[in-house]
Ligand binder design. Structure first.
Ligand SMILES: *Cc1c(COP(=O)(O)O)cnc(C)c1O
Length: 229
């Protein structure tokens, strides 16, 4: 969707997005593939989120543990089968809250956090889905393992920490063609036997879907522009 096509009805935007994604995967020759939409609700209050929950949508993303802890327990109590994804960096002192609230943690990116998650899974008996974040652009300010270290880190998560990593996530550098980054992520996933690929945001979800995304993370093209965050 171009900015002018984004309406102030999140449910209508979600429908339009679904149609666009279906066309994209068909065009790319993966017509039977379903691309899940993670509605990124960071900075938006519960009223905006309930509009989508009432329309039947269940998959959401938040980038901050603290903000999610303030908004989501009440929503999860009210609506069943919510699948909440953590898409922002995780500090090990927040691992306890993250494991208890999130259904998928997409940002596993270093041994310290992998170890903290493993320990909380043991304690809580709750097993969120886990993705490793890869810093495909090797940007100094960005979280994620470097592409060179990804295979070894995935193996370490599995063998040393007993974590069931099922996929990869990336955020390509702003202002660059995202396609090579998505292709690289897909390649690393394939050689590690990982099926889930979380890639593509409001500006590039079509390209991501064509290159194998199983999940796109879309905020502003659903909820409108954010004032912060
Ligand atoms: C905010 C955010 C998104 C969504 O961004 P939009 O451009 O609003 O779609 C996706 N992924 C991550 C990691 C984010 O922090």
């Amino acid at each position: 969707m171009t900015p002018s096509q984004i309406s102030n009805d999140p449910a209508a935007n979600l429908d339009a997005l679904r149609t666009e994604l279906k066309a994209a995967v068909k065009e790319a020759g993966r017509p039977s593939e379903r691309v899940e939409i993670i509605a990124v609700s960071k900075t938006f209050p519960a009223e905006h989120i309930t509009t989508l929950l009432d329309a039947g949508h269940r998959i959401f993303g938040e980038n901050r543990v603290q903000e999610a802890t303030a908004k989501w327990p009440a929503l999860k109590a009210q609506y069943s089968e919510v699948e909440l994804h953590l898409i922002g960096p995780l500090q090990s002192n927040k691992a306890k809250e993250a494991v208890s609230l999130f259904d998928v943690i997409e940002t596993v990116d270093r041994p310290k956090i992998a170890k903290a998650i493993a320990s909380e899974i043991q304690k809580q008996g709750r097993r969120p889905g886990l993705l490793v974040q890869v810093n495909t652009g090797e940007e100094a300010q960005k979280a994620g393992v470097s592409p060179d270290e990804a295979d070894a880190f995935v193996r370490q998560c599995r063998e040393e920490f007993g974590l069931d990593v099922t996929g990869l996530m990336c955020i390509p550098p702003a202002g660059e063609d995202p396609a090579p980054h998505f292709a690289l992520l897909a390649k690393i996933a394939a050689r590690n036997g990982l099926k889930t690929l979380s890639m593509g945001m409001s500006g590039d979800y079509v390209v991501a879907a064509q290159l194998g995304a199983t999940h796109v993370r879309v905020g502003s093209a659903i909820f409108g522009a954010r004032s912060s965050g």
